[in-house]
Design a protein around this ligand. Structure first.
Ligand SMILES: C[S@@+](CC[C@H](N)C(=O)[O-])C[C@H]1O[C@@H](n2cnc3c(N)ncnc32)[C@H](O)[C@@H]1O
Length: 184
């Protein structure tokens, strides 16, 4: 999702990789079962899926052909396509992603429409996603549980982002928050 970049130059397609520790922090809260299908609809080079337990069925979508092919080389099923185009997403029980910053709300709304009954949607987002007039109605209708990362992630390997982040999870009770203390 990142940001806020302290660098004035944003990466093409908002390509910022999620550090593995940030993924591992949310795993215990996803209720994963062996062989679950987990989808990352904007999977980049597969940083999120690669950090998940290997007994899962890992599926990704990615706009950029080079990154899609790198993710596929990890052994995941990856389709190179625009995830926001009308074609439905592969069926899945759990969705986990770090969406492009500019399209965060579009990805969240689409993910909720594509979610399986009793499925789980988890998105790594800036905590600022909680605010703004634009999103108020959405949050009232779809309150997430927010798991705040105790440390700011580095999406580039060169210093941390200028914003605080958390995993926003839909599929639980909603409207609660807790702190995730980073374990590396
Ligand atoms: C913030 S990066 C996250 C990548 C990966 N999920 C991770 O955490 O390392 C966002 C990714 O979304 C991809 N992307 C942007 N728009 C997309 C779209 N409409 N459909 C599919 N992928 C898209 C970008 O190419 C980029 O790789």
């Amino acid at each position: 999702m990142s940001a806020t970049g302290r660098s004035p130059v944003r990466r093409v397609d908002d390509f910022y990789e999620t550090p593995a520790w940030g993924v591992r922090a949310i795993v215990p809260h996803l209720g994963l079962r062996p062989s679950d299908r987990v989808l990352d609809p904007c999977c980049g080079r597969g940083a999120i899926t690669q950090a998940l337990p290997s007994d899962l069925d890992l599926v990704g979508l990615e706009l950029d052909a080079g990154r899609a092919s790198e993710a596929a080389s990890l052994g995941h099923t990856v389709q190179c396509r625009d995830a926001l185009a009308p074609e439905p997403w592969p069926a899945h029980r759990v969705l986990l992603t770090n969406p492009p910053y500019r399209l965060a709300l579009e990805f969240v709304e689409r993910a909720l429409r594509e979610a399986a009954p009793r499925g789980v949607v988890a998105m790594l987002l800036r905590l600022g996603f909680l605010e703004s007039k634009k999103r108020a109605a959405f949050h009232q209708q779809h309150p997430a549980d927010v798991f705040v990362l105790s440390e700011r992630p580095s999406f580039t390997g060169r210093g941390t982002d200028a914003a605080a982040y958390g995993w926003f999870l839909w599929g639980g009770r909603g409207g609660r928050w807790r702190l995730l203390v980073a374990a590396r």
